[in-house]
Design a binder for this molecule. Structure first.
Ligand code: C5P
Ligand code: MG
Length: 209
């Protein structure tokens, strides 16, 4: 009973607390989403949630019922069904906020990647988080590709190879870019020219935070 009451009280307090702020981080593979997110965390106190990392962790989790499906999607550059992804995002946000009440600003990197992702977010998270804007790393695709192939030496990622990369870029153009264009029309996009060096890009995006 005491445990129930404490849990209940904590939930009420969490519900009363300010809604978490969210910035979606989008761009082609290799545009610099992860690299820049880490710097934004250091300078502006955001918490970084890489959706690719959440999916890779679930893929490796012992006993995961969806590990194989995630693995296939990642290798093929396809987008994982939203039911899986949204649960991972929700759980990560809830766990982090329960652990530390001050965590209330999240960079969600690599999301939403397609129409299905957008709908899933609306269904599960509307009214539970405040999406401030979409940070869009706009980068020449040849540069993106080169960065990923260079990174493949050290990243150990199964999808940083020419074949997977071509598929990921096709998925980006077919499914993700239209989402960014839609947000642009709604005035929600903050665009950064992401073809320069890490330092140069960070200098440009700073003004948005
Ligand atoms: O963002 P990142 O490049 O780490 O994503 C790697 C892969 O994870 C994507 O190519 C895709 O297969 C999967 N992913 C997804 N849905 C998301 C984000 C990533 O299916 N919203
Ligand atoms: Mg990344």
């Amino acid at each position: 009973m005491a445990k129930f009451t404490a849990t209940f009280a904590r939930r009420i307090l969490l519900n009363m607390a300010k809604l978490p702020d969210v910035v979606f981080v989008l761009g082609a593979p290799g545009a610099g989403k992860g690299t820049q997110s880490k710097r934004i965390v250091e300078d502006f106190g955001y918490t970084h949630l890489s959706v690719g990392d959440l999916l890779r962790a679930e893929r490796s989790r012992d006993g995961s019922a969806v590990g194989r499906l995630i693995d296939t999607c990642i290798r093929e550059g396809q987008i994982v069904p939203i039911k899986i992804t949204i649960n991972l995002i929700k759980k990560a946000m809830t766990d982090l906020m329960e652990l530390d009440n001050n965590k209330s600003s999240f960079l969600i990197d690599g999301f939403p990647r397609n129409e299905d992702n957008v709908k899933g977010w609306t269904t599960h998270m509307e009214g539970k988080a405040n999406v401030k804007f979409v940070l869009f790393f706009d980068c020449d695709l040849e540069i993106c590709k080169k960065r990923c192939l260079d990174r493949s030496q050290s990243s150990g990622r199964v999808d940083d190879n020419e074949e997977s990369l071509n598929k990921r870029i096709q998925t980006y153009l077919k499914s993700t870019k239209p989402i960014i264009d839609q947000y642009e029309k709604e005035g929600k996009v903050r665009r950064v020219d992401a073809s320069g060096s890490v330092g140069e890009i960070f200098e440009k995006l700073k003004t948005f935070f």
